[in-house]
Design a protein around this ligand. Structure first.
Ligand code: SF4
Length: 456
């Protein structure tokens, strides 16, 4: 399949609608107030997994990027992170004893900007993790960094305390684009950091790119892509810029008329896909790329890819424990989310309570539908026998309406429904979210789809 097969104009016009990204099911918009006194214990009672993945949110940033939709606090006061670490320590101590017999296979520090922490603060955090959890020998330990305030000496220090995966926010290398998003950074320095990391203990480097940014044109983006390819990272994430100034105030700084049109934006996406795959990167799902030897590409080839709040992953069978403000756990039969403000997060921990305030406990029906959506999102295929064996349902009678609704997709060549199951055509993988929406029982009310971004 070539990239041009992915961009069928008839399908693009008909199906480029709003829809969830399905990093969870039910999606975070369905989370409700938590009423259980000890929600983590209740969730863990239903857990069948023996391994753990940790996500730790560090909310602080040195400077505001105008495109940003993350939960972050922009500040120059690095000592604020000391207080934050005091509370992270409380949360870790409160929760870690529930995982005394569980090995941690993955750790990811996200933000905000995890590299906001000083070396002393980084050592303290890693000490807290290793003192309270048992890490698998080959644990993947990753951190997102801001290249504008990162030196090779700091990278060496991160490697020395255990980090072995790195993610760098590049977004775009063009100066005019960088100025418009208030994120001016040196491409040479990003290249230096990438090479240094690859030669000094980091097994994998991911570079983030965004298409649809102000002043991006095919020419400027070609230059960005050429520079990124030259750096030869193991992974590349390609995100779509969603311009929603009514939700993210900083985006008011980006004028509507600086942005590429919807058609131009789709062209930029296609350009990136063509440019990256022609030098050997493998398209993972809809929006990630990896070298063919990378674990993500291997997992995809084996049909073992999973998806969580960080996107595509290899560790889907693991419980995910989120720590820190706004973090989300996916444990046992529940999603649990911490408060989005520091004050609310601190107050809960001051009262020795589990900080989770929002979430959802999955019903049997949610489990069934989550499995189907995961299979389709990650592996583009679903076996009826597999679902029937795992969930004890008769697929054709249980999902008679959904199978009927899929007929239109079948006529348009997006899916193929056989006696064995459902296969999403490889050339239709950009529309996988709309196929999954058929199985989303929370979208019966069509008006709800307006809360999501466009599928492309
Ligand atoms: S994009 Fe990253 S570095 Fe920029 S403000 Fe948002 S969280 Fe902070």
């Amino acid at each position: 399949m070539s990239v041009s097969d992915l961009f069928n104009q008839t399908l693009l016009s008909k199906y480029n609608i709003n829809g969830p990204r399905y990093t969870s099911y039910p999606t975070a918009l369905e989370f409700d107030d938590i009423t259980a006194a000890d929600p983590l214990v209740a969730a863990l009672a239903q857990s069948k997994t023996k391994g753990l993945s940790l996500y730790i949110h560090i909310p602080f940033c040195h400077q505001l990027c105008y495109y940003c939709g993350c939960n972050k606090i922009v500040t120059r006061h690095r000592e604020k992170a000391d207080r934050y670490l005091d509370y992270l320590e409380k949360e870790i101590r409160q929760k870690a004893n529930h995982f005394a017999d569980t090995q941690v296979h993955q750790i990811h520090l996200g933000g905000g900007t995890p590299s906001f922490l000083t070396e002393t603060q980084q050592v303290r955090l890693m000490g807290l993790i290793t003192a309270n959890f048992t890490l698998a020998e080959d644990a993947e330990i990753g951190i997102e960094i801001d290249p504008r305030r990162m030196t090779t000496a700091q990278l060496r220090h991160l490697a020395s305390i255990g980090y072995n995966r790195l993610s760098i926010g590049v977004q775009d290398t063009d100066y005019k684009v960088q100025q418009a998003i208030n994120r001016v950074q040196s491409t040479e320095h990003v290249a230096l950091l990438t090479k240094f990391a690859q030669n000094n203990g980091f097994k994998s480097v991911n570079l983030d790119l965004i298409y649809g940014l102000p002043h991006q044109t095919p020419d400027t983006f070609a230059q960005t892509l050429a520079e990124v390819k030259k750096m030869a990272p193991e992974r590349i994430s390609l995100f779509s810029y969603a311009h929603l100034p009514s939700r993210f105030a900083a985006q008011h700084k980006i004028k509507d008329n600086w942005l590429p049109s919807a058609v131009e934006k789709t062209r930029l996406m296609r350009q990136a896909m063509e440019s990256l795959t022609e030098v050997g990167y493998v398209l993972i799902g809809m929006d990630h790329f990896s070298l063919p030897t990378d674990e993500l590409a291997v997992a995809q080839a084996k049909g073992q890819l999973h998806r969580n709040f960080q996107g595509y992953t290899t560790g889907g069978e693991l419980d995910l424990l989120g720590l820190g403000v706004s973090s989300i756990s996916a444990v046992g039969n529940a999603y649990l989310q911490n408060p989005k403000t520091l004050n609310a997060y601190y107050e809960k921990l001051d009262n020795n309570q589990d900080p989770a305030v929002k979430g959802v406990f999955l019903t049997d029906e949610d489990h069934l539908r989550r499995y189907i959506i995961q299979q389709l999102m990650c592996n583009l295929t679903l076996s009826f026998a597999d679902v029937e064996h795992q969930f004890g349902v008769d697929f054709h009678s249980h999902f008679a309406n959904e199978l009927m609704a899929l007929r239109e997709f079948e006529q348009d060549g997006i899916v193929n429904i056989t006696a064995q199951g459902i296969e999403v055509a490889d050339h239709a993988r950009l529309f996988i979210r709309i196929v999954c929406m058929t199985f989303d029982s929370y979208l019966q009310d069509a008006s709800k789809t307006h809360r999501y971004s466009r599928v492309i």
